[in-house]
Design a protein around this ligand. Sequence first.
Ligand SMILES: NC(=O)C1=CN([C@@H]2O[C@H](COP(=O)(O)OP(=O)(O)OC[C@H]3O[C@@H](n4cnc5c(N)ncnc54)[C@H](O)[C@@H]3O)[C@@H](O)[C@H]2O)C=CC1
Ligand SMILES: O=C(O)[C@H]1O[C@H](OP(=O)(O)OP(=O)(O)OC[C@H]2O[C@@H](n3ccc(=O)[nH]c3=O)[C@H](O)[C@@H]2O)[C@H](O)[C@@H](O)[C@@H]1O
Length: 449
Amino acid sequence: MKIAVIGTGYVGLVTGTCFAETGNRVICCDIDEEKIEGLNLGRMPIYEPGLETLVDKNTKQGRLRFTTNIKEAVRASDVIFIAVGTPMSRTGNADLSFVKEAAETIGKHLNGYKIIVNKSTVPVGTGRLVASIVRHHAKGNVAFDVVSNPEFLREGEAVRDTMQMERAVIGTDSSRAFEIMEEIHRPFRTKIIHTSIETAEMIKYAANAFLATKLSFINDIALICERVGADVDQVSEGIGADSRIGKSFLQAGIGYGGSCFPKDTAALHYLAKINGFDFKMLEAAIETNFRQREDFVAKIEKTLGSLEGKVISVLGLSFKPNTNDVRYAPSLDVIPMLREKGAMVKAFDPAAISRAKRQLGYQCSYTDDIYEAIQNTDACAILTDWDEVKSLDLNKVKNLLKEPVIIDGRNVFDLDVMAQLGFTYVSIGRPAVTGRVEMKSSRGGNANG
Ligand SMILES: NC(=O)C1=CN([C@@H]2O[C@H](COP(=O)(O)OP(=O)(O)OC[C@H]3O[C@@H](n4cnc5c(N)ncnc54)[C@H](O)[C@@H]3O)[C@@H](O)[C@H]2O)C=CC1
Ligand SMILES: O=C(O)[C@H]1O[C@H](OP(=O)(O)OP(=O)(O)OC[C@H]2O[C@@H](n3ccc(=O)[nH]c3=O)[C@H](O)[C@@H]2O)[C@H](O)[C@@H](O)[C@@H]1O
């Protein structure tokens, strides 16, 4: 199959590469010249395990290429995937300007029957909108079909999530388009769910909103655990063993970030609102998520006393491990809050420094040496559970810190081990460990009480 992918970001690049890997001829296009130039030189614009090898293999074997010439890509392809960004607008709704632009470009260069597949996450009704834009700009009565094929990959696991996808949702009322989409997905041996365009669009928002709500639920349980002296990690294990609940997405922490949950929950909330429904449960999930950031900073303050003049090492800038994506990352909320309270911040991240710098600028210093970040700071704040964090030499950490204080937003370490090592260790939804060492801070004491 000849495939064009418009938008060579996390989704477009991974999807296009995996379609090439399964034998299609794929052209990935983008308006970002620097990105395409880099890809043509073998430079990956994103950090995604396993991707570089696949890109390299498929470009060398001639199945994958990159271009800014979208017109040529459209004309040369049978199936065109739209994988452009749909960021959050000020109302909370998804900003569809990139999708509309892509649809217009496709329409203008339609030169025969094509299937236009929307992979971007969009509000219900967008598929029909894309169809009308394409029709409006197409010359003559060229036939085409529009399909909604939402994407479920996770950053950091994107290649595996695509090559071993759990399901493919194909929303279309055209049997011709459905058969071709089925053929493209055959090598993945996955469950195909055939729906209308509207239902497919809704499945994507419902999936992300459900996962975000599950996370906020466990984070609310964590807050109660802190107050009553229970351990949320054990609660998660206990409830997750029930197959009706399932063990995934029950890791309590500093709250979700990333390019999707924040914007997709906001967009679904907005969609409900304009359709006359006040989606209170989702609103509560969104509020809980922000409260996790505020609570985390409050924990640091409660542990150290006034943060004025204190130096905090922040471990992790990306919204989760194995990605350099910092969109809506906890670090972008927490670091400014710490600064506002007078603290200085030394930030560590193995992959996301350059992207974080664009957002945070001079609000902190940066290093990709984890021990350098920790050295001579008043406390260490864990925001991302990178392997580098999980495998820290805690004895070394203890020696480097002014006092052995760790505030952990990802529940990385074992409470008994931290107690044995003499750390003051405050995590999420678990009893605080009180260090044996006297605190130098004005108020002293521990968080969580
Ligand atoms: N990042 C993720 O893990 C996932 C994202 N999604 C959804 O997929 C969509 C894309 O997300 P990402 O890949 O993260 O976005 P991204 O921001 O990484 O990439 C989007 C790309 O589209 C390009 N672009 C914008 N307008 C264009 C146009 N008119 N023609 C050609 N290229 C254009 C941009 O330059 C950019 O390179 C969004 O709707 C997102 O919600 C869905 C599942 C997972
Ligand atoms: O629509 C999207 O863009 C994607 O959004 C998420 O994927 P992603 O944002 O890459 O990352 P996740 O692994 O889902 O993590 C999201 C956030 O939740 C947090 N999280 C996740 C799981 C958990 O148990 N606890 C927890 O705090 C992570 O740290 C991260 O900040 C979904 O998992 C994907 O299915 C979806 O395709």
